[in-house]
Design a protein around this ligand. Structure first.
Ligand code: NAP
Length: 340
């Protein structure tokens, strides 16, 4: 039996990620029967223009989820903690961008095209991975399928857009002030972001890593179904780039994987584009990736410090694959697979 198209709601529709979700829904022409836009009381009553029509933003309450099939949520962890169970109770599939449920056993953590089958296990909530994990999964999956990951070391160079609108504005405003010799008191970050890099994203945990770094470790293990003790170490750094996260990755495999084979696997991988011709100065950069859907991979080489290891550099638009694009793709998978 073919299911009726779903009634969908975008929760956090007025935010940075929410607005990107609206763009992707339009570009993809994602099918639905009806659509609603939800936010807090602050924006309730304001207008949103979507596909040439004007919609009124609705205040989020538990009852608003009655009759909704799929929720695309990006309204922060506490909002998700409050409303995801309410939505699930009312029969919705709640696709959540926050970190609130990612490591819960009965919540699938999914990158579309990587572990779609995990979606079948949902109990009303599906989690979208952290932005740094997300882009890496599309690159790692084909390499892991071929040679099995043994260990991994990642360093991230993360754009300010990942920290929301306040952070974007701080880089914009502080750059000319510092360039002309002035002083700027940081608010969105703990340190000056213009002409600087900050080796802290999120708060520190007991082992000396940050929460952001441990998300990469734990989420990678969950999505790729690795052993719970597979060694994965991450250093996450904020850089003065507006949009597009970069990652330097070294992956050791169980069996040999040559750079040529890795390049071939990635050239044939869904969602990945290889840009790897250093002689012609061709390699991925955030300026290349911003506003685009693929994860770009390059600088693919045999690592000289570890056996059976490859080093590479990958870059993607963190607001797209790291948030909005994967959220919409997950909704599309849920529709395709009839999981609502
Ligand atoms: N920025 C990124 O790259 C990124 C990447 C992955 C995941 N995320 C996650 O996505 C979420 C949103 O991030 P963002 O950067 O888009 O934040 P943002 O720009 O601050 O937007 C937050 C959105 O949530 C709504 N909201 C806040 N409190 C609410 C409440 N109590 N009830 C209903 N709606 C509420 C806001 O509505 P009002 O207009 O009414 O305030 C707004 O629409 C966060 O969980 C973040 O961790 C962000």
């Amino acid at each position: 039996m073919i299911k009726e198209l779903p009634n969908i709601a975008v929760l956090g529709a007025t935010g940075v990620v929410g607005r990107e979700i609206l763009k992707v829904l339009t570009e993809n022409n994602t099918p639905y029967k009806s659509i609603k836009f939800l936010a807090s009381a602050r924006s309730a009553g304001s207008k949103i223009e979507f596909k040439g029509q004007e919609y009124t933003v609705i205040e989020t309450t538990p009852e608003v989820f009655d009759g909704i099939d799929i929720v695309l949520a990006s309204a922060g962890g506490s909002t998700s903690l409050k409303y995801a169970p309410e939505a699930a109770k009312r029969g919705c599939v709640f696709i959540d961008n926050s970190s609130a449920f990612r490591m819960e056993k009965d919540v699938p953590l999914v990158i579309a095209g990587v572990n779609d089958e995990d979606l079948r296990k949902h109990n009303g909530i599906i989690a979208n991975p952290n932005c740094s994990t997300s882009q890496l999964m599309l690159v790692l999956k084909p390499l892991h399928d071929y040679a099995k990951i043994k260990r991994m070391i990642v360093s991230t160079y993360q754009a300010v857009s990942g920290a929301g609108l306040k952070a974007i504005n701080e880089l914009k405003e502080s750059t000319p002030v510092i360039l002309s010799g002035g002083k700027y008191e940081p608010v969105a970050f703990k340190k000056q972001i213009a002409f600087n890099v900050i080796p802290q994203i999120d708060s520190f945990v007991e082992n000396g890593y940050t929460k952001e770094e441990m998300k990469v470790t734990n989420e990678t293990r969950k999505i790729l179904h690795l052993e719970p003790d597979t060694p994965i170490s991450c250093t996450a750094v904020r850089v003065p780039v507006f949009n597009g996260h970069s990652e330097a990755v070294t992956i050791q495999f169980e069996k040999e994987l040559t750079p040529e084979k890795a390049r071939e696997l990635l050239e044939n991988a869904w969602g990945v584009e290889v840009v790897d011709n250093p002689d012609e100065y061709e390699y991925p950069t955030p300026a290349l990736a911003s506003g685009k859907n693929p994860v770009y991979a390059g600088r693919i080489r045999k690592d000289i410090a570890l056996d059976n290891a490859i080093s590479l550099f990958c870059v993607a638009d963190n607001l797209r694959i790291g948030a909005a694009l994967n959220t919409v793709r997950l909704a599309e998978k849920v529709i395709e697979m009839g999981l609502y």
